[in-house]
Ligand binder design. Structure first.
Ligand SMILES: O=P(O)(O)OC[C@H]1O[C@H](O[C@H]2O[C@H](CO)[C@@H](O)[C@H](O)[C@H]2O)[C@H](O)[C@@H](O)[C@@H]1O
Length: 388
């Protein structure tokens, strides 16, 4: 974690007063205080001591295990296919055969729309890497004005949900649309539209929070992660004289430990630290996204379950007349692609420039192609309504 992301209110309170306030992640986007923890002074010192012990006692998780995590951290998500030989011919062959298996959703647009004729399309959109490009600083993953406008148009024409690993508050602050469903924290926090959309759905507020009981635990782990990463910074600063750049993001029902800005040489140390924190929390698990370690409750709930929940809420649970379309770029989106594949209904569209193993049916290269696809979808709907 960089110093800019960690603020301990000041040294004096630690020595003198009864409570200590710690803030994590100073974001230029969110003007309200980001994530604060106020701890009784004694508790804070106890936690510091415990974190130190953790570092000494629990870091030996086995070199083999950590190195396989680091291998996995090296790949973006879902796992990129690897050619046995890495020359440019085999790279090209690999790309060609991948695009045959997962054709561009733009090239297949007419085929997709033919399958949807006379049926209700429901749109599911991931946020990072799908509606906004991947950037170094997670707090600066802005959506363009053009993308916001097209998502709004889509929402006026089809029931639409944004399904994201982020907290609803954060993604709402980026997207700024009230007409849509939001499924935050990898689907563990679901809210309906707060403005009436064209389906007459409004003011639904919170619909479902299957992991509500985990919030205090998540907050405690967040604090411990803060202490742990502060220690990592201290140790690594001493050894390498560089700041690791790890960042912890509190997504309400889960945590993201970002390592995009961490030197690859110290990924193993980072993975080890994160895993050591989790040893005491068997009800939390570690998964991976794009240059991010995700700490999540072990409950059986993911973006695929959220997709099913939303279809059910919209009255389409057993309907043959619905075509769910899910667009996403991340390993966590695979859960939703898998649900669609197993249902034999709708289409998963993977956003990726490189060949990756996926359960999606089609592909788009990047958010600008997502924008083009969504525009065509809105035009198609306007045309078909005109024809009716
Ligand atoms: O489900 P998503 O909407 O795709 O959210 C997954 C994670 O996305 C964010 O991290 C990713 O995007 C960042 C901004 O481009 C990038 O810096 C980071 O490396 C990516 O992993 C978000 O910050 C996480 O909290 C989400 O879990």
């Amino acid at each position: 974690m960089t110093n800019q992301n960690v603020i301990v209110s000041d040294r004096n309170p630690i020595l003198g007063s009864k409570t200590i306030t710690v803030s994590v992640s100073k974001s230029p986007l969110f003007s309200s205080p980001p994530t604060y923890f106020t701890f009784p002074r004694r508790k804070f010192l106890e936690l510091l001591e415990a974190a130190d012990k953790n570092n000494n006692n629990k870091n030996n998780l086995g070199a083999g295990k950590i190195s396989s995590w680091v291998d996995s951290m090296r790949d973006s998500s879902p796992t990129r296919l690897r050619s046995s030989s890495r020359d440019s011919d085999s790279d090209n062959d690999e790309k060609t055969s991948w695009i045959v298996r997962f054709p561009s959703a733009l090239n297949m647009f007419d085929k997709i729309m033919n399958a949807a004729k006379g049926k209700q399309i429901v749109m599911f959109l991931d946020y990072d890497g799908t509606l906004s490009p991947i950037v170094e600083d997670p707090d600066k993953a802005y959506i363009t004005h053009e993308m916001r406008e097209v998502v709004k148009d889509v929402a006026l024409n089809f029931p639409t949900a944004i399904v994201t690993g982020r907290s609803i508050d954060k993604v709402r602050a980026f997207v700024k649309l009230n007409e849509i469903y939001y499924a935050g924290s990898h689907g563990m926090d679901i809210e309906g539209p707060t403005n009436e959309n064209s389906y007459g759905e409004s003011n639904q507020g919170v619909l479902f929070q299957p992991a509500r009981e985990f919030v205090p635990m998540i907050e405690k782990v967040h604090f411990e992660a803060f202490i742990t990463f502060t220690n990592v910074v201290k140790i690594l600063e001493k050894k390498t004289k560089c700041i690791p750049g790890a960042m912890v993001e509190n997504n309400k029902f889960c945590l993201s430990v970002h390592f995009r800005r961490v030197d690859e040489k110290i990924w193993a140390a980072l993975a080890e630290q994160v895993k050591s924190v989790l040893v005491d929390y068997p009800k939390l698990k570690l998964t991976q996204g794009r240059k991010v370690l995700e700490i999540r409750p072990t409950i059986k709930w993911d973006k695929g379950q959220a997709l099913n929940f939303l279809l059910r809420s919209l009255g389409f649970e057993h309907s043959e007349n619905v075509v769910p379309v899910y667009i996403g770029d991340d390993r966590t989106d695979e859960d939703a692609f898998k649900v669609l594949r197993e249902k034999g209904q709708g289409f998963g569209i993977l956003v990726s420039k490189v060949p990756k193993e996926t359960n999606a049916s089609y592909s788009l290269q990047d958010p600008s192609q997502v924008n083009e696809f969504l525009k065509r979808l809105v035009d198609w709907k306007r045309k078909t309504v005109g024809e009716e």
